[in-house]
Design a protein around this ligand. Sequence first.
Ligand code: PLP
Length: 293
Amino acid sequence: MWFNGACVPWEDARVHVWDELALRGANVFEGITAFWNAAERRHEVLAGDAHLDRLYQSALAADIPAPMERAGVFAALAEVAAHMGGMDIYLRPTFYAKRGRSTLALDSEGAMYIGGFPYRPSAPPAVRAIVSSHRRFGGPIGAHAKSGGSYLDFRVFERERLQHGVDHVFFLNDHGHVAEADGAAILLIRDKQVITPSVASGVLDSITKRIVLDIARGLGYRVEERPVRRDELYQAKVVLAGTLLGLRNVDTVDGHATVDAGAEDTAATLAAEYGRLCRGESSLASAYLTPLT
Ligand SMILES: Cc1ncc(COP(=O)(O)O)c(C=O)c1O
């Protein structure tokens, strides 16, 4: 853990129970991947700028004091990565409020920690999902910010997932349209067309989704960002997109399986291209990968 200016052993990253972090869940965070480039012997971070943009936007939305400038955050990410050479990694920087109920409070004080983990995505053999009985939340902070407090709802979603013995739960928004999944954006693929709920559907603007839509446009596929009805999930190849999952094909939604050879091919092409991009092997790589040194 990077904590209070240095990398420390896991058990030494401690906060007080009366810090705003614990009292009100006052934190915002990002999940970022960095891939090991063996030839260059360095990590290359995927969409690092976009993740830091979103971290600062989340901090603004949740009124969490940003503890430092971007260069400091990148330097701290590089410090964690330096401890984890030779492997792909998942970095989780978190800004949190140590003190002060608002950034306007006189005692307002922000801080940061960063967890570093090996990144080894794996998918269950068959991926089953259900649409949750809960709606995705609104409120002043909203789904577009990655705030720890709003992720408290995910405990309830996780319970529902476990009760139904499935791999993922999908949420509808207040209008009954499809929003997102637990930890991922939802893509619907039909032949050479990629459909995804628009940001106005009340979702986190997934960075993985943005990358995949970029790849899709480059391949000449049609991309639609719009409100999506629940029953459309049953008529398309559903693919999840998220930093931690990468791209994950869903086999059934509410028990419906979609068999569409064209869509399967499109999903496979997108996944292969995304994998190549992460390895620096695609023409889009230079736009998304940055050395983390
Ligand atoms: C609720 C939610 N939606 C979508 C995503 C995917 O976002 P990204 O691709 O930026 O990781 C995540 C992952 O962090 C998430 O937690």
